[in-house]
Write a protein that binds this ligand. Structure first.
Ligand SMILES: Cc1cc2nc3c(=O)[nH]c(=O)nc-3n(C[C@H](O)[C@H](O)[C@H](O)COP(=O)(O)OP(=O)(O)OC[C@H]3O[C@@H](n4cnc5c(N)ncnc54)[C@H](O)[C@@H]3O)c2cc1C
Ligand code: HEM
Length: 406
């Protein structure tokens, strides 16, 4: 445990760290990549170039410093970060590197404010936090390794199928090159994919939600082509350059956003490419003939951008779905003429998703709500659910990027 003295010294520097947060973040990454360029193969270099979403690490450290005397409040954040880290296979020695550059950054920027006492308290506090992550990440690596069909770190997979799902989304299916089985995952989880696009200096790793049910043999992801002025590095590479038979490294499935079996209805809510984890959940619930109501809600611009339509119609139009009262609602922003019930069980609306207008069919008293899509969309959905008296502990969501609070 950290001593009261250490806690007090670290907490006393929080205002200083928060004030200089942007400068510290910039300096920290510049320093770290200059001294340890191998870490450019781990971090998302597009984010570094565009300056977006770099603050996560420093913000987390500041939050940790603020809550040093009440670490319980950080428990769910630690779990989420450890899951994310494990999709990059972050290893213990890298914590030393990050810790070193963190302290050096403080030294270089805080000058005299970084007394010996402050430095040693920060060193101790960082080491304590790093140990929490290292221990949890090792447990995740071990359980992936021990699982049937599981592995640790990187494993070679070959692309065996590529399919256009809608205007911007392609599904890619991978099988292990060693022809062995693959470990099961929980519907909603994601995996890390490591690729080397030819024009890039560095190896790039990204996360993609698994977009089918678990089957023990292969993994399917569904990728939206990102960016026009600045084409997204990995999504465009996967769309255009990766060919059948080409090999990539996959990191084992992980993530704390996943369907949990409960004696309660399930409501799946997505927008845009945020439907990928929902597709996995719905396929799983359908395959397992779950005897509970399911409501599927999705929003996108128009039918051309709506992936998995046929499979959705099959599942929601099935006898099982009608016996269990499964329903679906789709909102197309740009297509007013398609309103109505186009497929049994699926109601099509125009304009923006509005949960209040269908509140009678949402099982508001006891359903669990799984949400994925752009952050503003998820913020809107959460506010609507809260205003319909859904308790926060029944709302679960995934951000397709560094986590943000809604
Ligand atoms: C848990 C999780 C699950 C995910 N699941 C999915 C999924 O199922 N399907 C899916 O499609 N995605 C998913 N993602 C998102 C995915 O990981 C990638 O972030 C996404 O594919 C973009 O990666 P990229 O390499 O193509 O873009 P990057 O190269 O990382 O660029 C990201 C964005 O920045 C913009 N950009 C790049 N350079 C610049 C610049 N210099 N200036 C300004 N803007 C710039 C690009 O246009 C792009 O929009 C998920 C993410 C997470 C964290
Ligand atoms: C105690 C130390 C650390 C803290 C507090 C921390 C915190 C975080 C946080 C908050 C995120 C965002 C998670 C999310 O999206 O939900 C993150 C992501 C990430 N972390 Fe860490 N981290 C630490 C150590 C490390 C180390 C040692 C490495 C490896 C060198 C690392 C590599 C990454 C990477 C690659 C990402 C993904 C974001 C990106 O690509 O830029 N982290 N970390």
């Amino acid at each position: 445990m950290l001593s009261e003295h250490t806690i007090n010294v670290v907490k006393s520097t929080v205002p200083l760290i928060e004030e200089a947060s942007d400068t510290l973040t910039d300096h920290f990454y510049q320093r770290m990549f200059a001294h340890n360029p191998e870490l450019k193969d781990v971090f998302n270099m597009s984010n570094q170039r565009s300056g977006r979403q770099r603050a996560a690490l420093y913000d987390a450290i500041a939050a940790y410093a603020r809550n040093l005397d009440n670490l319980a409040v950080l428990k769910s954040a630690v779990e989420r970060i450890a899951q994310k880290h494990s999709s990059f296979y972050i290893e213990p020695h890298q914590y030393q590197i990050v810790g070193h550059h963190l302290i050096e950054t403080l030294r270089e920027l805080l000058g005299e404010a970084l007394t010996e006492e402050v430095e040693s308290a920060w060193g101790e506090a960082y080491g304590f936090l790093a140990d929490i992550f290292i221990t949890r990440e090792e447990a995740i690596y071990r359980s992936s390794y021990d699982a049937d069909g599981g592995w640790r770190g990187r494993r070679k997979f070959a692309l065996v199928e590529k399919r256009l799902e809608s205007d911007w989304v392609k599904s890619l299916v991978f099988e292990p090159v060693d022809k062995g089985p693959v470990m099961d995952f929980k519907p909603g989880q994601y995996l890390g994919i490591e690729v080397s696009p030819p024009e890039e200096e560095n190896i790039e790793i990204r996360q993609y939600s698994l977009s089918s049910r678990s089957n023990g043999e292969r993994y399917q992801i569904s990728v939206k082509r990102e960016g026009i002025d600045h084409p997204g590095v990995v999504s465009n590479f996967l769309h255009d350059d990766l060919r059948l038979g080409d090999e990539v490294n996959l990191l084992p499935p992980c993530g704390d956003f996943h369907y949990v079996e409960r004696q309660a209805p399930t409501v799946l809510i997505s927008a845009g490419v945020g439907l990928t984890p929902m597709q996995s959940m719905l396929e799983t619930l359908y395959d397992q003939h779950v005897q509970q109501p399911v409501v599927y809600l999705h929003a996108c611009n128009h039918p051309g951008e709506h992936s998995f339509q046929r499979s959705l119609a099959k599942m929601l139009g099935s006898q099982h779905a009608s016996e269990q009262g499964w329903t679906g609602h789709i909102w197309y922003l740009e297509r007013k003429e398609v309103s109505g019930e186009s497929v049994p069980g699926i109601q099509v609306h125009s304009e923006l998703m509005d949960l209040a207008s269908i509140s009678d069919s949402l099982y508001l008293d006891d359903a669990h709500f799984y949400v994925c899509g752009p952050v503003p969309f998820m913020g809107f959905v959460k506010q609507q659910l809260l205003s319909l008296a859904v308790s926060e502990d029944r709302i679960h969501y995934e951000v397709f990027g560094p986590h943000e609070a809604l």
